[in-house]
Design a binder for this molecule. Structure first.
Ligand code: FAD
Length: 189
């Protein structure tokens, strides 16, 4: 059984996985490789990085997560079900993974959340008026379900990569702190 399963290995999910695995939690990411950031050929608003392609940023984040100890699966999650120990997650290829904590970092994809009974509304921070967020999410990504977190756009935040990365990191830190009972800080020595 995993400590943490991250559904979606884009900017926010990859960032969450870097922190949970670096914090000592057995972490896996399942990603269907459709991150929005791949559409960006010249990213110039990520602080500290003067210019990078979205694909390179994504690959760097994935490599950092794996270097921190995370397992990374290519694939799509079909369902997430709560059980006595945590969550059972079924992939479209039939594989089942179980985890105590689940982070939903699927950005535009809302089907898993609808199946879990979350109510959706328009995310008013996105001008098109077509993008959804989950109702009743706290800014820290916690939800009505125990140990299930939701990241970035789906949590009502703005659609920007640095915000997605920061929110994923914040959720990762919250999970490590909750699981270990100690405030987690990653400070180089
Ligand atoms: C055209 C365009 C231009 C943009 N330009 C900029 C810019 O210049 N600067 C900037 O900061 N931001 C920009 N953005 C926004 C940026 O791309 C997002 O803020 C960022 O990608 C959000 O990160 P995320 O992790 O929430 O979602 P994503 O990076 O989209 O990642 C979500 C991941 O979840 C996966 N997934 C979904 N469902 C499942 C499932 N069921 N099972 C497994 N995996 C699943 C997807 O395949 C994807 O890899 C742009 C977006 C677009 C569309």
């Amino acid at each position: 059984m995993l400590d943490v399963l991250v559904v979606g290995g884009g900017i926010s999910g990859g960032s969450a996985a870097i922190y949970t695995s670096q914090g000592g939690l057995k972490t896996a990411v399942v990603d269907s490789r459709k991150s929005q950031i791949k559409q960006v050929s010249k990213l110039i608003n990520y602080p500290g990085v003067k210019e990078i392609t979205g694909s390179d940023l994504l690959e760097n984040i994935k490599e950092q997560a794996i270097a921190s100890g995370a397992d990374w699966y290519e694939g799509a999650v079909e369902s997430v079900d709560q059980n006595d120990e945590g969550y059972s997650v079924i992939l479209t290829d039939g594989k089942t993974l179980t985890a105590k904590y689940v982070v939903i970092a699927t950005n535009l994809q809302t089907s898993l959340l609808e199946k879990l009974g979350f109510e959706l509304a328009v995310n008013e921070k996105v001008p098109s008026g077509k993008i959804k967020k989950v109702m009743g999410i706290d800014r820290d990504g916690t939800t009505k379900l125990p140990n299930l977190y939701i990241t970035s756009l789906l949590a009502g935040l703005s659609s920007q990569s640095v915000i997605a990365a920061g929110h994923g990191a914040s959720i990762g830190i919250s999970i490590v702190s909750k699981e270990t009972g100690k405030t987690y800080m990653w400070h180089d020595t």
